[in-house]
Design a protein around this ligand. Structure first.
Ligand code: GRF
Length: 203
């Protein structure tokens, strides 16, 4: 399965995907890493792994559609089968999401549908929840919505700072994102409408 990973920052999730795909029997190959931020450290991680990189700076395009057209051209020319958003901090238009429907997944640092959006760890602590976590899901037009593929839960401990909790969640992100990609690449999971099907069994 040919994969493109879209990033905007450190790319620690990208690194987890790189490490999974580097295994001999890996069912997926990262064809390209694309960042909308030129200085994203994730680009260094890709170069270290001999993976092609492209910067498409959204500030150089007037409007989302123009930026996404540039994105689409690169993805199309690489004949990518699946896009993984990993710390990619741009909202994608409905048009792009529909064009890549069911071939576009994302990781969100919360147990969706709780805590969509930003600052999820601070909000989880503020809300007093006892469990928090991460979600890998198929992308749908509405932000942080879509059929859930894998989740991981972590306890919120007394005295946790947002950083403490974030680190505990990130550790799980690095486990479930490669797992989700592997499941999809090995066709052990697929999406049908809004339902995720595991080996023929609806979740
Ligand atoms: C992570 O919390 C991830 O869940 C979110 O972006 C943050 C940074 O990810 N999508 P990364 O280290 O750039 O992969």
């Amino acid at each position: 399965l040919k994969v493109a990973v879209l990033i905007s920052g450190s790319g620690s999730n990208l690194q987890a995907l790189i490490d999974m795909c580097a295994k001999d029997d890996a069912p997926a190959e990262i064809a390209r890493v694309i960042s909308n931020v030129e200085s994203a450290y994730g680009l260094e991680r890709a170069k270290q792994a001999d993976i092609k990189t492209t910067v498409i700076d959204h500030k150089k395009y007037n409007g989302r559609e123009a930026f996404e057209e540039a994105l689409h051209q690169v993805l199309d020319s690489d004949k990518v089968d699946l896009i993984c958003l990993a710390g990619f901090m741009r909202l994608l238009t409905d048009g792009f999401v529909q064009k890549w429907r069911d071939r576009l997944i994302n990781i969100h640092p919360a147990l969706l549908p709780s805590f969509k959006g930003l600052h999820t760890h601070e909000r989880a602590i503020e809300a007093g929840v006892k469990f928090h976590g991460a979600t890998v899901h198929y992308v749908r037009p509405a932000m942080d919505e879509g059929p859930i593929i894998v989740q991981a839960a972590v306890p919120v401990l007394p005295g946790d700072s947002a950083d403490d909790l974030g680190a505990r969640v990130l550790e799980q992100e690095h486990r479930i994102y490669p797992l989700a990609l592997k499941l999809i690449a090995e066709r052990k999971v697929r999406v049908s409408g809004e339902k995720v099907i595991y080996n023929g069994v609806e979740n």
